[in-house]
Structures are given as structure tokens and as C-alpha cells.
Write a protein that binds this ligand. Sequence first.
Ligand code: GDP
Length: 487
Amino acid sequence: LTTFTDEARIALDTLSGRATGLFSPSLRLGVTGLSRAGKTVFISALVHNLIHGGRLPLFEAQKSGRIARAFLEEQPDDAVPRFQYEDHIAALVNDRAWPDSTRAISELRLTIEYESASGWSRMFSSGKLSVDIVDYPGEWLLDLPLLGKSFAVFSREAIEMAALPVREDLSRAWRAISAEIDPNADADEMTARRLAESFAAYLKACKLDERALSTLPPGRFLMPGDLEGSPALTFAPLAGLDRRPRPGSLHAMMERRYEAYKTHVVKPFFREHITRLDRQIVLIDAMQALNAGPGAMADLERAVTEILSCFRPGRGSFLTDLFSRRIDRILVAATKADHLHHESHDRLQAIVRRLADRAVARANFTGADVDVVAMAAVRATREGTVKQGRETLPVIIGTPIAGEKINGDTFDGKTETAIFPGDLPEKIDAVFDISRPDQRQDSTDPAIRFVRFRPPKLERTAEGVTLSLPHIRLDRALQFLIGDHLA
Ligand code: GDP
């Protein structure tokens, strides 16, 4: 029955969406990425630049002066928390501190009043576009493949991943506990809890590991949202599942909870949020992965592949039937490019392109346009040069966060510093070459010298007007994601 009513509701939503669309067109833009990829900063910067008329030369509607104004309106979905734009901007602009990161789903409606470029469109369009920005953890999205997997398959894959050389040390404690468990023994809540806790601890350790290992499901073990501590999260994969579970056994209990997680957590999230998106940006922290070496790049590529296969499943995928709308454009964006000198921006973009191309090819993925960009939603640095002997070296200049260290110096959070950021390799094959024995690069010589900077101090014009947040290629991202709807 639930399935039927869900189905009917989605059909109705789609119809009413189309009907109201005639009068006030809206576009649902999904913003995702693994934790700390830069979602909160991206949305805050995007909205700030549009509301305050930022410098966006590659965003055609703005450049040609066709945007009359952009402003926030009440969001259409009452049951979804609002994206706390004002708090995030206060942190960025007033305190020069990075805002609190995404921990659950949230939404914000930005309405743009504009003049169409052609007289013909002007006659028929309302000159108004509402962009509903939906921010959600990539960890939750990576749960979708679970919908097609039985508990036995989920268990087998989780155990195989845990035994890989990159994860073997982090998963040791969980594997030790797990090895002593007989799945056929009587179900016991304390055993279930002990297993779930040590499995979750292992997943979290992967997340915190400096090798930037990519995320493994279940996503809510890492980002529980409002499910923290609930029984729906008290399960773990089991080894040695060679037969059907005996009723009353630990195996039966874990399988039931795994199925409940899929039915009550994963499926509703997918139906209510993902299937209604029109456009999607996937933010990735390529800088961190590059710094950690080819093993981390391979892991990132795998995550992007899985993320893409959730959005536009190819023909015959069990996910296809769930979609009411079709995502037609996806942008894979490496943010934080302000950590590199501009000479390296194109290289970073080429690396992301290679990664996205391979992910598209592997993801059994059809239909949508996929583009890539290397950008910084908020540019925390400027560029300069430093003379070293006879050489003039390009540097980036910014205020490192208090406590950051480089070459033995610890920063106080107040002093501007010039840093030579290092180059990305000219030949991008090297960054993907996992055949190299060193999974991580020599930590004394990372590819990029990585220091976290404070957000920038905003410039003021001679008239005392504060300018909007500076960025790198945010306008290119905007043009791809919404530009055609403002034509
Ligand atoms: P989320 O978990 O995806 O919401 O990630 P956030 O948006 O909170 O970003 C995580 C951290 O990455 C921030 O606290 C910043 O330190 C850093 N960051 C994100 N975007 C940028 C950017 O454009 N430039 C710089 N320099 N740092 C960024």
C-alpha cells in the first residue's frame, strides 16, 4: 500500500509542479559532495554573489545586465529544514570564519527576476525563475546502491573492502570482533550493538584518515542526521552467510534491520528528494585526494562513479523507475582551487575531467550533460611573486587559520603569509597511476603545500559599498547550472 500511495503522490507532485511551472518556473538544484567537500561554502557564495550583484563575467545573464534582482523567498517544502544562509554569511563575512558544514538535508529558494534575451521569449516568459537549492550529504546518496543489494551481498562487499590493504589496519578491530560471531547464534541486542558500534567506528576512521579514503555505506553511520542512536542504525555486515537465516538468529535480526534501513531511510530520501531534482552539482575535494596520492584518487573516482550512477541510471537499472523528473545537467566541481596558483587551475580541471570521463564511462550512465570545473566558491587567497635568489616564484597570499603549520611555523590566524603552493604535474597520468608502489606520497614532499586559509576580508569600493565574496570560476558553474533557464 505504501508503495502505491508514494507512487501516486509523486505523480501528483510532478503534475502540479508542471502546472505551476507555467506561471512561476522553478528549477531544483541539488548540491552534494562528501563531507567537507565545500557544499555550505558553495551555496553561501552563490547566493551572496547573485543577491549582491557580484562580479560574474561568465554568467551571461548577469554580464549582459539582464538580471533585475535576486532575492530569497520562502521555500516550497515545509518539512525540510531551511539552509541557514544568514548565519553562514555572518560567519564568512563578519567573522572571517568558515561556516558550519552540512550535516543533513536543507533547502533554500532563490528567486531571480530577469529580462529574456530575445523579444520572442520576453513575450512568453514571466521573467522570473525560482531556484530551489537542495543541500544534502553525499554520504546519504551513496546509500542508493544498497537498494539493489541483499544483506548477503552487502555483507560480502563490506568484508572484501575492509580487507583491502588501504583499509586493513583501520578495520582490524571490527574484523576481530566479527570473526568471533556465529551468525546462526541466537539474536542478542548487546552483540548487535557491539558489532554496529565497531563497524561504525571503522567507517568513521576511514573518513578521518589522511589518505582521504572514500566513503563506504551505510551513509547514516557517518552522517546520522536525526537518526543518531536509533535502532535503524544498529546493524553490521556478517561473515559466513552461506544459508538462509534461521528465525530468531543474529543473522535474521541483522538482515531485518538492514532491510528496515533501506525501506525507512534510504528509499524515502531518494523518492522525496533525489527524484525531484532537475540539475545537480557534485563537489569533490580533489586537492585532498591529490595530496594523498593515487590510491586516494582511485577511491575518489569510485565514489564519483557511484554518485553519477544514482542520478541517471542506465536502462534496466532498478533505480530508473523511481524517477519522476530527469536530471539533465550534472556539474562535477573541484572546489578550493584558490589553494593553487592560477597556472595550475587548468591542470586541476583536466584532472577532474579525466576522473569524470572515466566515471561516466563506468557508471552505465546515459542522457545528462556532464561538465567539470575547477573553482573556488570563496577565494581566500590572492596571487603574488617572491624573489628567491635569481628566481621569481609565483606564490599565493592569504591569512592561514590559527594553528596551521608549515615548515615548523605555527600561524596565529592574523598574519598574512605568502606560500609557494607547488605545482600539479603536467602529465596527469601520474596522479592516477595506482600501480606505483607508494599509495601515499612521501609526506615530506606533498604535491601541493596545503594550508587552510581564513575567508578573505571583503573589499570596499570608494563609496564604501562592500563587494560580494570573491571566487574563482563560480560564474562558469552558474552558467552551466542555470544559465539556459535565464535565456
Ligand atoms: P560541506 O561539508 O560540504 O558543507 O563543506 P563546507 O562547505 O563546510 O567546506 C568545508 C571546508 O572546506 C571549509 O570549512 C573550508 O575550510 C574549506 N572550503 C570550502 N570551500 C572553500 C573554498 O572555496 N576555498 C577555500 N579556501 N576553502 C574552502
